[in-house]
Ligand binder design. Structure first.
Ligand SMILES: [Zn+2]
Length: 441
């Protein structure tokens, strides 16, 4: 064969390999993984969902977790937490026994005292997180607003009446309902309301006033619902008159029936998401399993939101499905076919180990790679397992799972390495940032 025909023959052989993907890797996936991971580690990230704060700060969430059964990886027996403590604080021990954990608690207290408001910013620097969401009841003065952007909770507007029947449903609701009442009263204080407005019109005006105030004066970039902890994620479509009649009947007292309360909430939820569209205030919704003994998995199934997400009346509202509908993330990604619906992978990469997370993320990357965003769901579980360690666990798993998923896609001929890096930037930073123009970077 002449050299030129050899070249042609090689091209013919190589051609189909480039253009057609195949089920088995044609090369060493691990080499591609290592190469991609080192580049991925250098990408400054935007954390789309987290609860930064110290364990004694009650504002990290608008609810509190009753003791429930944590999945294996989230238990304080997880040896990865030792690795986190070593990486972040040079922890000298190999276990988290109570006497050793004390060292960690003291170390954090010492650093907090030395660094003050820079404590959490320094943590972000260490993890190469450029900026992150602080999903909290209220912002903390120890979080630098240049690094942490506020996402507030909007659920409490749905529980303005006598909640004794709601509280009595089970032990979880007995914890949650008083906290929703407290949150609503904080909004009322913020807008200088001594009591609930007598008319439904004025109640809706109050709701809008809180949204606008939070957005314009307090730097909020989005509103968040954790409503799945309190009721079904399926929202019917009642009329304004129906909601008005219920409000007028119960605003001054009396206990609504469950059906009446749900009808009222259905209307308020839809009012809030419509306002989210009008004000360009994206709507974050908890869509996943949840903690607690009575969290209803079938009632909170992410697909129950489909009638709302596919309703053209809300096409101006940006929805972010926090936790990606886990463990239904393979189904849920198809909701992102709607141009205004995005997925967030927080929690998934803490509940799942990297091997399992890689497979879920690969499915997402192969479906709507431009609609998926990264978040840690960092949370101060207790003194030893703080927000610090959960930030570390979240971002380590996200980066390694991402590099693994992309390496497999490259090795099976689905994408090139440069396309893989484009997808990595989109997932870790660019897509989320594009949802809040001029507000985050
Ligand atoms: Zn969360």
């Amino acid at each position: 064969m002449k050299p030129s025909s050899i070249a042609v023959a090689i091209l013919l052989l190589a051609g189909p390999a480039l253009a057609q993907s195949h089920p088995y890797p044609s090369t060493f996936v691990h080499d591609i993984y290592v190469r991609l991971l080192s580049k991925i580690e250098k990408i400054p990230t935007f954390d789309h969902h987290a609860h930064p704060g110290f364990p004694d700060d009650t504002d990290v969430d608008a609810m509190a977790s009753p003791p429930g059964s944590a999945p294996l990886r989230e238990r304080d027996t997880n040896p990865e937490l030792v690795a986190a403590a070593k990486a972040l604080f040079q922890y000298p021990y190999d276990d988290l026994s109570p006497e050793h954990a004390k060292w960690l608690v003291n170390k954090k207290a010492e650093l907090k005292k030395q660094q003050g408001t820079a404590y959490f910013s320094n943590l972000l620097d260490k993890l190469n997180i450029e900026q992150g969401v602080a999903n909290r009841a209220m912002m903390a003065d120890y979080l630098d607003p240049k690094r942490f952007v506020w996402v507030f909770f909007a659920d409490s507007f749905m529980w303005p009446f006598d909640n004794s029947k709601e509280r009595a449903r089970n032990a979880d609701q007995a914890v949650y309902m008083p906290l929703q009442e407290k949150m609503l009263h904080r909004w009322m204080d913020q807008e200088h309301l001594k009591q609930l407005p007598a008319s439904f019109d004025d109640y809706l005006k109050f709701v809008t006033q809180v949204l606008e105030d939070n957005q314009k004066n307090k730097g909020a970039i989005a509103m968040k619902f954790e409503v799945a902890y309190f009721r079904s994620l399926h929202f019917n479509d009642p009329t304004r008159d129906q909601a008005d009649a219920i409000y007028s009947r119960y605003v001054a007292g009396g206990i609504p029936s469950e059906a009446e309360y749900r009808t009222f909430q259905d209307y308020i939820f839809r009012y809030l998401i419509r306002e989210g569209g009008r004000l360009h205030l994206p709507v974050h919704i908890h869509t996943a399993v949840g903690v607690g003994d009575y969290f209803n998995i079938s009632e909170s199934n992410v697909m129950r939101l489909e009638n709302v997400l596919r309703d053209p009346r809300y096409s101006e509202t940006i929805f972010v499905l926090i936790h990606g509908g886990y463990p239904l993330e393979r189904e849920a990604i198809w909701l992102a076919a709607m141009k205004n619906v995005y997925m967030d992978s927080s929690l998934m990469e803490v509940v799942m180990y990297p091997e399992a997370f890689k497979n879920s993320l690969r499915h997402w990357l192969e479906t709507f790679p431009d609609k998926i965003t990264f978040g840690t769901d960092a949370f101060p579980y207790n003194d030893a397992l703080g927000a610090e360690e959960s930030y570390w666990l979240g971002i380590q798993t996200a980066r390694s799972g991402l590099a693994g998923a992309l390496a497999e896609m490259v090795a099976t001929g689905e994408i090139t390495e440069s396309k893989a890096m484009e997808m990595a930037h989109a997932y870790l930073h660019d897509t989320a940032v594009s949802l809040y123009p001029g507000k985050v970077h």
